[in-house]
Ligand binder design. Structure first.
Ligand SMILES: Cc1ncc(COP(=O)(O)O)c(C=O)c1O
Length: 434
């Protein structure tokens, strides 16, 4: 048998791996990186990450990570996370959200992603139906990993891109999991109280009908952006609305977004004891623990109410001034007659904008057909890198985009609009022929 060949052999892999799609956002970011490598100045508003020089990690958290390494906390943590961190998380949820979760109802992992994966794996069997809104972040991929049947519920700007119970009703009797996120990535919009109440009522009503021998509908409620809510509406969550939802809700949360710590990797999930225990077993085999020094540090930081509040206030100020400045600029373009729109920002690091250039003709005579063409046009023509909603499961005909301000400098906003204006003026209306 020949082991080493010059040409790569055709290797068959699992059907799941073969059909697993890569991230559309990373594809756009890769294109953008090529331009940066060529010396172009690109307005990079693509990924949901932070420039640490604008949004640093909290000082106390950073120092405690270093302390923990110096103290030698470098062996395996408990597989569900250090007790200190689980207690700090439990306290944070109690003091800031009024939620009651005991230590053994909290699971720690290396960021929120492994927890979402474990939650899916715990409740979704091959062929099970999973409902989620489109656009939304990565639910299609997690469903694929479990061999589930994805039902993406297309949302619209009329509902601020939040799904309604009416969208779910027709599928409810066959559903195993509903996966929701509020504030939502990519839109930055949140559930209004009544919207979420109606979905909880639907779940509770359906679960009452199911015998104990059957799986109930579970709800993943990803609220990784809830602490970055700066709008007039309060953040709402299922268990505060309906305490019975505690039996079925798995909360996903973590340090990454609220504490600008995407590279530090600490996340937590809270939910029913049995679900959390099963998720722990799954992640134990994956080995997706957060590093122990980071856990020790997060435990100290999250317990310090002043440090947490101070960080969140400073961060929300920076985020809201960027999002509001961008929002105003888009609304100005709209008022000037461009086919542009924007949704008022209220939370997270994202602004939702419509840049509808479909049907317009570029200088070279080629027509922009859809959001893919518009994304490329903006990148090539004006060096603006933003993410179309089709990257989050919306149709490619949708001309809505996500702008992330994690890397945005205030002084770049004016040049950004100059570049956008130039791109908008560099195309012509499609002339309809009789
Ligand atoms: C809604 C949502 N949940 C979870 C995550 C993953 O967070 P983490 O970096 O903690 O894995 C992201 C990251 O973009 C996100 O937007």
């Amino acid at each position: 048998m020949e082991y080493f060949t010059e040409t790569a052999p055709m290797l068959m892999v699992s059907k799941m791996a073969e059909e697993m799609k890569g991230s559309e956002i990373i594809k756009i970011a890769a294109e953008m990186k090529k331009m940066v490598a060529n010396g172009d100045r690109v307005f990079n508003y693509t990924i949901g990450d932070f420039d640490p020089s604008i949004f640093p990690v909290p000082e106390l958290f950073k120092n405690e990570v270093i302390n923990a390494y110096n103290k030698g906390f470098t062996n395996y943590p408990l597989s569900n996370g250090t007790l200190e961190l689980r207690q700090s998380v439990s306290r944070l949820l109690h003091t800031r959200l009024g939620l009651e979760y005991k230590d053994d109802q909290v699971l720690i992992a290396g960021g929120s992603r492994p927890l979402i994966y474990a939650a899916y794996k715990t409740v979704v069997d091959q062929g099970d139906t999973v409902l989620f809104p489109a656009p939304s972040w990565n639910n299609n991929h997690y469903t694929h990993l479990c061999g589930g049947k994805a039902i993406a519920l297309e949302t619209s700007s009329e509902n601020d891109f939040m799904p309604s119970y009416l969208d779910m009703k027709a599928h409810i009797s066959n559903t195993s999991l509903i996966s929701l996120c509020s504030p939502l990535n990519p839109t930055g919009t949140s559930f209004k109280r009544r919207q979420l109440e109606e979905i909880c009522e639907l779940i509770l009503e359906e679960n009452k009908k199911r015998p104990d021998t059957e799986k109930p509908i579970y709800l993943i409620f990803d609220q990784v952006y809830w602490m970055l809510n700066f709008g007039d509406e309060m953040h709402v969550d299922p268990v505060n609305l309906y305490p019975e939802m505690k039996n079925y809700t798995i909360y996903i949360d973590g340090m990454s977004k609220a504490f600008s710590s995407t590279g530090v990797r600490v996340g937590w999930a809270t939910g029913p004891t049995k679900i959390i225990a099963k998720m722990k077993n799954i992640l134990g085999h994956v080995g997706a623990w957060a590093p122990k020094p980071e856990q020790m540090a997060a435990a100290v930081f999250l317990k310090n109410d002043n440090a947490v509040t101070e960080h969140l206030e400073a961060m929300k100020l920076k985020i809201s001034e960027r999002l509001n400045a961008l929002y105003k600029g888009f609304i100005r373009l709209k008022s000037e007659g461009f086919n542009i729109d924007a949704v008022k920002p209220e939370a997270s690091i994202y602004l939702t904008v419509k840049i509808d250039l479909a049907g317009r003709i570029m200088r070279d005579g080629i027509t922009l057909e859809n959001a893919k063409d518009i994304t490329n046009y903006l990148l090539k023509e004006s060096k603006i890198a933003i993410v179309p909603f089709y990257a989050f499961g919306a149709p490619v005909s949708s001309c809505w985009f996500r702008i992330s301000v994690g890397q945005c400098r205030m002084e770049d906003i004016e040049p950004f609009f100059e570049a956008l204006r130039a791109a908008l003026s560099g195309i012509e209306e499609l002339v309809e022929e009789d």
